[in-house]
Write a protein that binds this ligand. Structure first.
Ligand SMILES: Cc1cc2nc3c(=O)[nH]c(=O)nc-3n(C[C@H](O)[C@H](O)[C@H](O)COP(=O)(O)OP(=O)(O)OC[C@H]3O[C@@H](n4cnc5c(N)ncnc54)[C@H](O)[C@@H]3O)c2cc1C
Length: 513
């Protein structure tokens, strides 16, 4: 029986009981930044759009802002375990299945990639490839994505690319303690800048600049995530419907086009039939779904599906000092791109440094269970906390595969590790000189999958890429991919704004409706 989910007056979230077949014009897999932004962009196109999302809305509850619940109890972690092919051990990635995807928990730092990130860049361990589209092509979509996601900034980053419009909202002010750090870094000749943050810190906005933003869900919907900024506004259109708790198990094709999605919803199986399909399940899950769907993978004539996995090479850097508590709440406002490009002082780019959301004793206790919570909390009350991230190269052997049971395996040997260590050590030195004598660092490794990308790369040549420059797969005329799978390189800044800009561009230029 075919269900009429688009009938007049039908609810925007598809009820649990539907017929065994659902029909629409465009089916989107995944309600994260990639999928929700696409649905939002096409909401008034006249096409009947169904977003199929494995997760549900993240519950609004007091635990949203509890470091104990979030970090020690892992309350919102809901990904299946993946297998690290390096050591054969299972791990639960920081990959989230909710309406809004991982952006429900993200740190809301939404930078553009730098202009030269789209070009060939020489890194210490090899060449970072050029994209088939250049920065100028994406620039108008970056502007729209910044509007959509309430991005605040002031353009004082020395590596800021050219922009055709100013940031839509002024930079979020530094906490007084962070302002002091910025001054002390500047006195060393460094050029700290205001991180571009996507928050409802607009006039009359809901954001209270609390200390539980990065890695927490926002209880007052004040974080510019894909649920709040894109999916819910898209659902205001009668032409957009959302099916939650619905996992796409297989993409069926006739060899030249997708013929349907096989969806598991509770105990039931539903077939979704559409004229066109967009896959936006996140770089690892999109690749896994393509690989599970046919013996050699769907859209995989090139053999590149699942390959070229990139995560940033990342470390936490915590600078602490004795004395009074710093009383920092919202910490994530300070960036440092001093060593982002090659200079006389560093022949290869080293990466980006940005403040983290405030760390608490409970956050660190999850990784250091043997350390007394009281001691960790005392350190964190006197600390400023940073993330250092360096570019990783797309290597064919760094890849996602699925085994006979359908479980995801990840093989990843990071590149550029020596440069990353240099970045960490320069940052640590700067923090000591800024008055934080105790500097602790922790590299994050394979479990830090949050900036995953590259597993279905974009290119002109069907022999060595999966999608064309508009995001359409080379092999299947009615299948697009609109998440970070398509990134040919990962730059060294956060990916979400680039995912959103690519979705906006695909909506306008891709032929999806
Ligand atoms: C703690 C944390 C902090 C972060 N901080 C930042 C930051 O400050 N700035 C930044 O730019 N990025 C940040 N990121 C990364 C950012 O959140 C992601 O890059 C971005 O959200 C990815 O969006 P996506 O749509 O590509 O994928 P996802 O967010 O993974 O969305 C994919 C969606 O598809 C669904 N799905 C998967 N498989 C299926 C299936 N088979 N059937 C149906 N649905 C499926 C998933 O449930 C999910 O909702 C952070 C991530 C984390 C975890």
């Amino acid at each position: 029986m075919t269900d009429r989910i688009f009938a007049a007056g039908a609810p925007s979230v598809v009820p649990a009981a539907v017929g065994d077949t659902v029909e629409c014009d465009l089916a989107i897999v995944g309600a994260g930044v990639g999928g929700a932004t696409l649905a939002w962009a096409l909401r008034d196109s006249g096409a009947r759009i169904l977003v199929v999302e494995q997760g549900d809305f993240l519950p609004r509850e007091r635990e949203n802002w509890s470091p104990q619940a979030v970090h020690r109890e892992g309350r919102y972690k809901n990904s299946a375990y993946w297998i690290d092919d390096g050591d054969g051990k299972e791990f639960q990635p920081g990959n989230y299945h909710y309406v809004g995807g991982s952006s429900k928990l993200f740190g809301a730092t939404m930078p553009r990639f730098r202009e030269f990130d789209f070009e060939t860049v020489e890194l210490a361990d090899g060449t970072s490839p050029a994209w088939p589209i250049r920065y100028a092509e994406l620039e108008p979509y970056y502007c729209r994505a910044e509007e959509l996601y309430w991005v605040h900034g002031d353009g004082d980053d020395p590596t800021e690319p050219p922009r055709s419009a100013p940031f839509p909202f002024p930079a979020v002010p530094h906490d007084p303690a962070i302002a002091k750090v910025a001054k002390r870094l500047a006195r060393q000749g460094l050029r700290p800048y205001a991180l571009p943050q996507s928050l409802d810190w607009r006039a009359g906005g809901r954001c209270v600049l609390c200390g539980t933003c990065d890695s927490y869900a926002c209880m007052v919907d004040a974080k510019g995530d894909a649920d709040v900024c894109a999916m819910r506004p898209a659902l205001e259109s009668d032409n957009v419907k959302l099916m939650t708790n619905a996992a796409v198990a297989r993409i069926a094709t006739d060899g030249s086009a997708v013929t349907g999605l096989e969806v598991v919803r509770g105990g039931a199986r539903v077939t979704v039939k559409a004229a066109r399909y967009a896959l936006a399940a996140g770089a690892v899950n999109s690749a896994a779904l393509l690989l599970r769907s046919a013996p050699d993978g769907v859209a995989n004539r090139s053999g590149q599906v699942g390959r070229n996995y990139m995560g940033h090479v990342t470390s936490f850097i915590i600078g602490s000092r004795p004395g009074r508590d710093l009383r920092i709440d919202y910490e994530k406002t300070l960036g440092l791109n001093e060593w982002y490009s090659a200079t006389a002082d560093n022949p290869y780019p080293l990466g980006n440094v940005q403040s983290l959301g405030k760390l608490y004793g409970e956050t660190i206790k999850a990784a250091r269970p043997w350390a007394p919570l009281g001691l960790l909390s005392a350190i964190c009350r006197r600390s400023v906390d940073f993330l250092a991230q360096s570019e990783d190269l797309p290597l064919p052997e760094n890849r996602v595969t699925v085994d006979a049971a359908g479980r995801i395996h990840l093989r990843w040997s990071p590149t550029g590790v020596a440069g990353h260590k240099e970045l960490v050590s320069r940052t640590a030195r700067a923090l000591r000189r800024a008055g934080f004598p105790f500097v602790f660092t922790q590299s994050l490794g394979i479990v830090a999958t949050s900036h995953q990308c590259g597993t279905a790369r974009m290119g002109e040549d069907p022999a060595d890429s999966v999608v064309d420059p508009t995001g359409r797969t080379h092999d299947l005329a009615n299948l697009w991919i609109t998440d970070s799978s398509v990134f040919p390189s990962c730059a060294a800044v956060n990916p979400a704004l680039t995912i959103a800009a690519l979705s906006l561009r695909a909506a306008e230029r891709g032929g999806l409706v």
